[in-house]
Design a binder for this molecule. Structure first.
Ligand SMILES: Nc1nc2c(c(=O)[nH]1)N[C@H]1C(S)=C(S)[C@@H](COP(=O)(O)O)O[C@H]1N2
Ligand SMILES: [Mo]
Length: 317
């Protein structure tokens, strides 16, 4: 048995301790299959190949809460939106040559009792990581099912203790054009910003993720840590976070700034509210042919609809 390949950027020792830690937090059979499965080790830089029979087994054992199988690891790492690197969805591995996801810190500040700077390794050890298989629906009309490794954002917020003035959470991606070449593109007001209302941020479905399929996040998926909000369009799930601020006013996200008539703050997946330039009624599941119907709140209506009671979802898009 070869061991699971580490991400190229993580020192072996740290990698092993992370894996040990994550392994101990796993509860499902699927997770233990993954941990003990064979996958090829690649010596070169770049996305790992998982075209083995082992990965097929992995894929089969991962299903979302509706029984749909997870998207292949290959598709998840090769079909991405990460404008800090490129506006194209397929990224050549050299794009990440200058990107350093380690060392990495996240500053958490604003209306909190205990402002704090977390080192990424501290985060790996402070919070029990678990696996969550979520649907991910991009506003462009495609979707995936992704087995995340992560922990509820609430756990981190509980540590810093938001005060009663905190109404929203504002997230910020690394801004360093030396590391992320796409940030030389002047069409976007870098850094990438996203936000959640307090009760959205505290919802149990809302994750901070550090891995996919049991491996550390690849740069293109938002290494070393990114947000995952499965009932909202994918762009809310901000990648490579360096700051989290508890604020009193609704943050202006990058997409709100770029296209205020096309992208709202809430951006809940809603098949009845079309994008001004295309329908949101259906979606293409990556790796499958044809289109499937898009579900209200991306299929998480039972869990999250109460957050928006009394709100006009067509106006507050
Ligand atoms: N910082 C940052 N976060 C980002 C993006 C981005 O360009 N920059 N793209 C978003 C979009 S549009 C989507 S659909 C998801 C895609 O996540 P994935 O590529 O890991 O599937 O990331 C979101 N997070
Ligand atoms: Mo997206």
């Amino acid at each position: 048995m070869k061991k699971i390949p580490s991400s190229e950027i993580t020192p072996e020792e740290l990698y092993n301790s992370r894996r040990k830690f994550i392994k101990s937090a796993f509860k499902t059979t699927a997770a233990s299959i993954l941990i003990s499965s064979c996958s090829p080790q690649k010596s070169t830089e770049g996305p790992e190949e998982l075209e083995s029979s082992g990965s097929q087994e992995i894929n089969k054992s991962y299903t979302d809460d509706q029984g749909s199988p997870a998207t292949s690891y290959q598709d998840i790492i090769n079909y991405v939106n990460f404008y800090e690197f490129s506006t194209s969805k397929s990224h050549p591995p050299q794009l990440y040559d200058n990107f350093k996801p380690s060392p990495w810190t996240i500053h958490v500040d604003g209306f909190v009792n205990h402002p704090r700077t977390f080192d990424i390794d501290e985060i790996m050890n402070l919070f029990d990581h678990e696996e969550r298989v979520y649907r991910m629906r991009c506003v462009e009309g495609w979707s995936m099912i992704i087995p995340w490794v992560g922990f509820p954002l609430k756990k981190l917020l509980d540590v810093v203790e938001p005060t009663s003035d905190a109404k929203y959470v504002r997230f910020e991606t690394l801004h360093d054009p030396e590391q992320m070449d796409g940030q030389h593109n002047p069409s976007y007001p870098w850094p990438y910003i996203e936000g959640l209302r307090m009760n959205e941020a505290m919802h149990d479905l809302t994750l901070l993720s550090t891995g996919i399929y049991g491996k550390d996040l690849q740069p293109q998926n938002g290494a070393p840590i990114r947000l995952v909000v499965p009932w909202k369009y994918g762009f809310k799930s901000i990648k490579s976070i360096v700051r989290i601020d508890l604020v009193s006013e609704m943050p202006t996200s990058l997409w709100m700034a770029v296209g205020p008539t096309e992208y709202g703050f809430y951006s809940n997946v809603n098949p009845n509210v079309n994008h001004p330039r295309w329908s949101q009624a259906s979606e293409q599941r990556i790796g499958q042919s044809g289109r499937i119907n898009t579900q209200m709140f991306n299929g998480y209506e039972e869990e999250v609809a109460y957050l928006y009671e009394g709100m006009n979802l067509k106006v507050n898009f």
